[in-house]
Design a protein around this ligand. Structure first.
Ligand code: MG
Length: 219
């Protein structure tokens, strides 16, 4: 079982489901040749895929195109269903930096066949998490910088202002489709600049005032 770790708190909360949002930044949707969506694109990641900052991402042998995606991650702190704007806001207890590691070659193959993306998004070590900061300690403004570098070279550099659907809107939308519970996480999508990493590469990712993480790729 995997746990949510907090920056300034000893409690560890078991991770429930991980709901991920695709195409939540217009420039990223465009760079992969996709339309800007009318509704958020939703998929799931298994909690067993989680690793923490400082640990290694294992490059699956069956892919030749492992991509990094830096994302703001939301921590849901209590049960919420069909959330109003106010309820959605209150259900978000904290934030972290996450990497939604993606097998882009598999994803394109699966999309072409009309099959689910599941295997391109779910493999051991495919979800990297920083510690979480609680909303009591930091209230997200929505214009924080989001950044990722590989071996010291900037790859992704944007701001949360460029999100198409805000954290509150995402919780409202997702909770309409499925009950969100304490310990569930929401990966809110990645800005443009996604790209390939290979064994030996070092990734650093940061969201201003939220936190940072480091990982490296191994065979
Ligand atoms: Mg993503």
């Amino acid at each position: 079982m995997k746990y949510i770790k907090f920056k300034n708190k000893r409690e560890q909360v078991p991770i429930g489901k991980i709901v991920c949002v695709g195409r939540n930044y217009a420039e990223h949707a465009k760079e992969l040749g996709n339309e800007v969506p009318e509704f958020p694109v939703i998929f799931l990641k298994a909690a067993s895929n989680v690793i923490y900052s400082g640990e290694a991402v294992i490059h699956p042998k069956y892919s030749k195109n492992l991509h990094h995606e830096v994302e703001l991650v939301l921590y849901i702190g209590h049960t919420v269903k069909n959330a109003t704007e106010e309820e959605a806001e209150k259900a978000i207890y904290g934030y972290a930096v996450g990497l939604d590691m993606t097998l882009r070659d598999l994803q394109f193959d699966l999309m072409k066949k009309g099959d689910p993306w599941t295997l391109s998004k779910n493999f051991d070590t495919s979800a990297v998490l920083s510690d979480f900061i609680l909303r009591d300690e930091y209230q997200l403004k929505g214009n924080e910088k989001i950044f990722l570098s590989v071996n010291g070279n900037t790859r992704q550099n944007s701001t949360l202002k460029n999100m198409l659907f805000s954290p509150t809107k995402l919780v409202m939308y997702i909770s309409e489709k499925m009950t969100l519970e304490k310990g569930d996480l929401i990966f809110t999508g990645t800005p443009e600049g996604v790209g390939r990493v290979i064994p030996g590469d070092k990734i650093f990712a940061e969201i201003e005032n939220v936190g940072s993480l480091e990982t490296y790729i191994v065979e």
